[in-house]
Design a protein around this ligand. Structure first.
Ligand code: XIL
Length: 379
């Protein structure tokens, strides 16, 4: 462990100044005036004595007006794609925040119990630093992409392993991550607590336990919860709200992620999305769309692509017009990088760049929405 920490610290020293000279991304440039103070704030050196993430300290609350209109545009990145030139150029040019799509997950970072490997995630963190991007860490407690040994543990063993995993990852990346998704998808599609090895062994207590461990790590990383099908009103969204409220009252988290994996034309209305974001912000938290893609039935019809462009604009506008909404992360760059075709049979073309990494009309609409021009909302 010590070896990892030492060599990693060296990388940070070498690349730290480069990150200060942030490459201005194209989407960033569109609203530079809006984001400059936020970016300045984020470029401040971390104060070692700042205990704001300690369980006893106060959770950051967005100041009035701090976040209105100041959103980042992020993208999920997988390590192998960093070898692809077209992919990398787009990332550099268009996106300000990146999320490791897979390599920071439990099965990648702790394959065997107690043996940590950050080689793949380090590549993404280094890319981010070299290119002036921020990193949203993903993910701690989840029911997918976990090693078998974790699933085989009994309740006390699971608690122990979780506390160790979260503390190790957060402390290792303490100077590198903007945020970390401590718990992901704890609710099932029906809005009840998901039936998983976590809930089978620990009921719902694993959620608070994981956030407490993250707070106890004592870093400045913003601690997020993350889920899907919670973007508008509904039973699952209400259940999410109840969990978040309870964590917020205990001062155990800072942010709420709304994944935003959507089917074209099936978004809640703009007003519903804004109202939903707002009720979470009103708990004193920041919010973000964390994994957006809008999938269309293949082959994509021109009508669906127009609708998709509007849907992307709706995400951007909902965030932009909600004080406390920090940004929109899109889950992949071009169609070839998307998890959609292999996960949702018959669907695809879900991202802002096409099969050949050419801009789509969804990108144009996204950019327009960042400038404040929302295309006609769908009925
Ligand atoms: C997906 C990745 O994009 C895929 O490459 C992988 O095979 C499965 O996981 N919700 C999440 C993400 O929180 O971690 C998932 O990412 C998509 C759904």
């Amino acid at each position: 462990m010590r070896h990892f920490v030492t060599s990693h610290t060296l990388i940070l020293v070498v690349t730290g100044f480069l990150s200060f000279n942030a490459v201005e991304s194209r989407l960033g440039a569109l609203r530079r005036a809006d984001t400059s103070d936020m970016m300045n704030q984020m470029n401040q050196p971390i104060n070692e004595n700042d205990t704001s993430n300690n369980a006893t300290g106060d959770v950051d609350t967005p100041e009035p007006d701090e976040c209105t209109g100041k959103i980042y545009v992020g993208n999920a990145v997988d390590a192998p794609y960093l070898e692809k030139q077209s992919y990398v150029e787009i990332l550099k040019q268009y996106f300000e925040y990146i999320t490791p799509g897979n390599v920071m997950k439990w099965d990648a970072t702790e394959k065997s119990q107690g043996v940590f490997s950050f080689d793949a995630s380090d590549k993404i963190v280094k890319f981010a630093k070299d290119n002036g991007k921020k990193v949203r860490g993903h993910v701690g407690v989840w029911h997918n992409q976990v090693p078998q040994w974790l699933k085989d543990l009994d309740g006390p063993g699971l608690i122990n392993a979780t506390q160790n995993h979260i503390k190790t990852v957060l402390q290792y990346y303490k100077d590198d991550l903007y945020s970390f998704d401590v718990c992901n998808e704890v609710l099932g599609d029906d809005g009840n607590l998901r039936d998983s090895f976590w809930s089978q062994k620990l009921n719902d207590s694993f959620i608070e336990m994981a956030f407490q461990a993250a707070m106890d790590a004592g870093t400045n990383i913003k601690l997020y919860i993350n889920d899907y099908s919670v973007e508008g009103p509904g039973k699952k969204s209400d259940a999410y709200y109840a969990i978040v409220k309870s964590l917020a009252e205990k001062k155990l988290l800072h942010g709420v992620g709304f994944q935003g994996h959507m089917i074209v034309g099936k978004l809640p209305s703009l007003e519903e999305m804004k109202a939903n974001l707002k009720r979470f912000v009103d708990l004193g938290l920041e919010v973000a769309y964390s994994e957006v893609d809008v999938r269309v039935p293949l082959p994509a019809s021109p009508k669906d692509l127009v609708q998709q462009a509007q849907d992307y604009a709706t995400f951007v506008t909902a965030c932009k017009e909600t004080q406390g909404c920090k940004g929109v992360t899109v889950w992949g760059v071009g169609y070839p990088d998307s998890w959609v075709p292999s996960t949702f049979q018959g669907f695809g073309d879900a991202l802002l760049f096409d099969d050949n990494y050419q801009p789509t009309q969804a990108l144009t609409s996204f950019e327009q929405a960042l400038k404040g021009n929302l295309t006609q909302e769908s009925s």
